[in-house]
Design a protein around this ligand. Sequence first.
Ligand code: FAD
Ligand code: ZN
Length: 229
Amino acid sequence: PGKKVLIVYAHQEPKSFNGALLKIAVEELTKQGCSVTVSDLYAMQFEPRATRNDIVGHLHNSEAFNYGVETWEAYKRGGLSKDLVEEQKKVQEADLLIFQFPLFWFNMPAILKGWMDRVLVQGFAYDLSKAYDGGLLQDKLSLFSFTTGGGQEMYSKGSISGDIRYILWPMQHGIMHFCGVKVLEPHICYAPENVSEEKRKEMLAAWTQRLKNLWKEEPIDCSPDWYFK
Ligand code: FAD
Ligand code: ZN
């Protein structure tokens, strides 16, 4: 109760299975007394491209554009574009970040990747020698909740697509852990398009159930072993 949750949501269709998972999270967490904010990226027409437009006013080096350096400098002088400042404020206030999306090419949809690229700016999310356990977004939790097209059997160790954890390495370790954010177990709904209505209802009920006990969960041990051992 009283916890702040930011859900970053990347699906175009409210009637989708991802839309149903989002609705459940908003309802259940609100019921618990959490304050829930949703960044509905497609509805916001969130800009995924990392460009010069993200810097307001003068460039640090106008001769040769370097996105990482320019956003870092702009962050320090309060010169990032308004949409980024707003997202950073939501992140700053949140105790828990939930990412809700369908798996696209073993990864998050481009619009969500663009959110990571643009919002988690140096100086805000990490800094020189302030990464991983020293990252700047300490005392926050993250949870990747996503759906797949492929069934669970395709994503086990030794199967054709490999362990689903290989896919989670860049997202959970490369992004969240790098920024100092702790990682809860991912929540994966396999192949909602290809299972029975009954199974879909079961998967939705399991998400509700998990959310009920979420604040008692311990973060995973986010080290290479978790992913590759
Ligand atoms: P939907 O099609 O929206 O939902 C599935 C079903 O659930 C629908 O019948 C819907 O009506 C129903 N439903 C919605 N709400 C409810 C409810 N409340 N109760 C019961 N039923 C409900 N998959 C992979 O595994 N690996 C990949 O690398 C991959 N790459 C992709 C790349 C691209 C570009 C695209 C477009 C897809 C890719 N996919 C991949 C598949 C993708 O991950 C799935 O299509 C997606 O995860 C399905 O989720 P959805 O929310 O869109 O499903
Ligand atoms: Zn890690």
